[in-house]
Ligand binder design. Sequence first.
Ligand code: UDX
Length: 444
Amino acid sequence: MLRISIIGAGYVGLSTAVCFASRGYRVITSTQKEENVRNLNAGRAPFYEPGLDEALTRSIESKHLHAEISRAKAVSGTDLSFITVATPDQVDGTIDLSYIISASEDIGRALREKKAYHVVIVKSTVTPGTTRDVVKRALEETSDLVAGRDFGLCMNPEFLRQGSAIEDTLHPERVVIGQYDERSGNVLEELLVDFYEHPVPILKMGLESAEMVKYASNSFLATKISYANEMANVCERVPGVDVSKVMAGVGLDHRITPQFLNAGAGFGGSCLPKDVKALCKFAEACGYNALLLRAVLAINDAQVRRVVQLALKILGKPEGKKVALLGLAFKPNTDDLREAPSLKIAKALITAGVNVSAFDPVVKKIALPEFDALECADSIWACLVGAHCCVVVTEWEQFKVLTPDDFINHMARPAVVDARRIFDPRQFRERLTFIAVGLGNDFV
Ligand code: UDX
């Protein structure tokens, strides 16, 4: 069985590591923070992801997985290395490749000593050309070896979603392999065919096409969401029209599908906003103005402002009023706050003079000075008490079971902005002030 090293222990790296370990592979995961190495070896993931701690503990106890600070040791003790380090966005929207470069250089230096054939696989999201121009160059320069002859090189984009990372890693809908040369692609394909234990469509292509698939996929998902939000904005202006009914009708067309047509507070997270921005910048650098993607981003920004506008309309004079935010994470089943609509909504309301209290089942505090004024309540009830408006920002299951009485009994003035469409408008409108994204209303 091939031995695997994973450089980087974020969502992608760690999910990949525990899933390979769960199928009997020997895996070394390398991360550069000593505290993370200690925690991982004790079975604790550095972030919340359903099922991950349990899977990690099993992998560590069975000795199929261990964490290691030294990348050299990780590479020299294995046959393949996946690069899964972060590619964060920069102020101008392009991605920061410094982690990719340092990982490639460290792997290259280890390969210089190792001698035996090794395949390096880029799993991080990188714009087309990065694997060939940046990773390959760094590997060759530091190893004194030649790609395709002495070592293999592939690009294998990851499509897992936070909140279902383990399930997505074990059961992907498709696998994309970008290969520098045929031998590298074949080694990775054999590994993955053995790993998945069930038939999965595997598409092989060039490195640059594989890099592009990831951006094109996330851009399409973001486009669907912004499309749904645009439809919502039209629907809101027409009494009696409800975007969720409209999208249900639209989504049954098998050419469209129902997924990612939920209008709401807009898309957040570590991928969709970053990837669409990076693709816009990449297109620009290639001499193309990505008009559709720019519109997708503009609609997404406007959607947060629309939710704030609805809350402020309910409040009338904002000073001295309290708004309860239900949900902080960018989506349910994660504690991730990156690009979360909740933060932008909270900030805008605080700036308008509103007292904002938030409750999230997993996120218990926000360690950013700019959110000092945001109260993190320890229960739904503490969040709602005395509030003049409640905004549903994240569709956690705990919130879906709330009834009109729960709001009436706790709030100073029961009024709800359902920005994730979790409540039945008929039931709520009869009992309290109720506005929902995409629901025809008088608040235009
Ligand atoms: C996304 C891609 O789905 C995944 O394939 C890729 O590997 C990484 O990026 P993720 O960031 O985990 O995954 O979240 P996703 O489930 O795609 O949701 C992103 C955002 O879109 C969330 O803020 C969510 O609330 C929002 N969203 C999603 C909507 O507003 N409406 C929808 O219909 C679907």
